[in-house]
Design a protein around this ligand. Structure first.
Ligand code: ZN
Length: 266
């Protein structure tokens, strides 16, 4: 799970738009993609993953799903050329009401990405925490974002990623009724056939993730995974304890993110 990719020199300026931890330097991202290519990984789409999880199709050896949340402009300017260089596909979850805003992707960017074999999927219309929404508002966020992307790009939207990994009791039913086939949360981990397709797990790759950790993650090195899993669990516990909203406020305060209510945050 990625968020923004930027030139190293841009990172300070962009830190005002999102949490620094979520901005990868382009050369770091490139080294990670190179590592995947060298090690023989095959990036696949969520449709491929779903087909496999329903035992309808097979996956190539060493399958991996590369995702990006939020729809930051660097996804087009920096991530796309790197992905294209390696012939990789990735899934970009965009917040439809943020498309075209400063520092965010435009519809022109997205259609170009789509043309290059990238999958554009929903990250809702406004990036709300689902736990704060009624059933009707949940439906609106899911339906509007899906329809907007489908209308603008002429490509089908069947998957979403949950803003901040947050959910509510209506999510799965509403998603299914709105035509979604699956979704990604932010829970740390790998996916297998018994993973609920509406709660596919992911592992965040961050600004400070060293290449050796990235390598250990994709190799599923038990020791590294145990450490990362403990850290993720501690963060989730802190989030529960403080309440999701307060936790994010505190996090943004620590990282100096401005305009936290209005900007599309991870
Ligand atoms: Zn997000």
């Amino acid at each position: 799970m990625y968020h923004e990719v930027a030139e190293r020199s841009e990172i300070d300026a962009l830190t005002r738009k999102t949490q620094r931890g979520y901005i990868l330097a382009r050369d770091d991202f490139e080294r990670e993609m190179e590592l995947l290519a060298t090690a023989g990984f095959h990036p696949v789409s969520l449709s491929n993953l779903l087909g496999w999880s329903r035992a309808r199709s097979t996956l190539p050896p060493k399958p991996i799903v590369i995702t990006f949340d939020d729809g930051f402009a660097g996804n087009f300017r920096h991530a796309l050329p790197v992905l294209a260089r390696f012939g990789f596909t990735a899934t970009f979850f965009v917040v439809t009401n943020k498309i075209g805003d400063p520092a965010m992707l435009s519809w022109t960017d997205l259609s170009e990405m789509n043309r290059h074999g990238m999958s554009i999927q929903s990250h809702t219309a406004n990036h709300p925490l689902l736990s704060t929404l009624t059933q009707a508002r949940t439906r609106e966020e899911l339906v509007v974002s899906k329809q907007t992307i489908e209308d603008k790009l002429g490509a089908s939207v069947n998957f979403l990623s949950l803003p901040n990994g947050d959910s509510n009791p209506y999510y799965v039913q509403v998603a299914q009724e709105s035509g979604y086939l699956g979704g990604c949360c932010s829970r740390f981990g790998f996916n297998n056939r018994s993973t609920d397709p509406f709660f596919w797990r992911r592992i965040a790759v961050k600004h400070q993730t060293p290449l050796r950790n990235f390598e250990a993650i994709v190799r599923q090195d038990p020791r590294t995974l145990a450490i990362l899993r403990t850290t993720a669990a501690a963060k989730a516990a802190a989030s529960r304890l403080l309440g999701k909203k307060n936790y994010d406020r505190l996090y943004n305060l620590v990282f100096g993110v401005e305009d936290q209510e209005k900007s599309a945050r991870p």
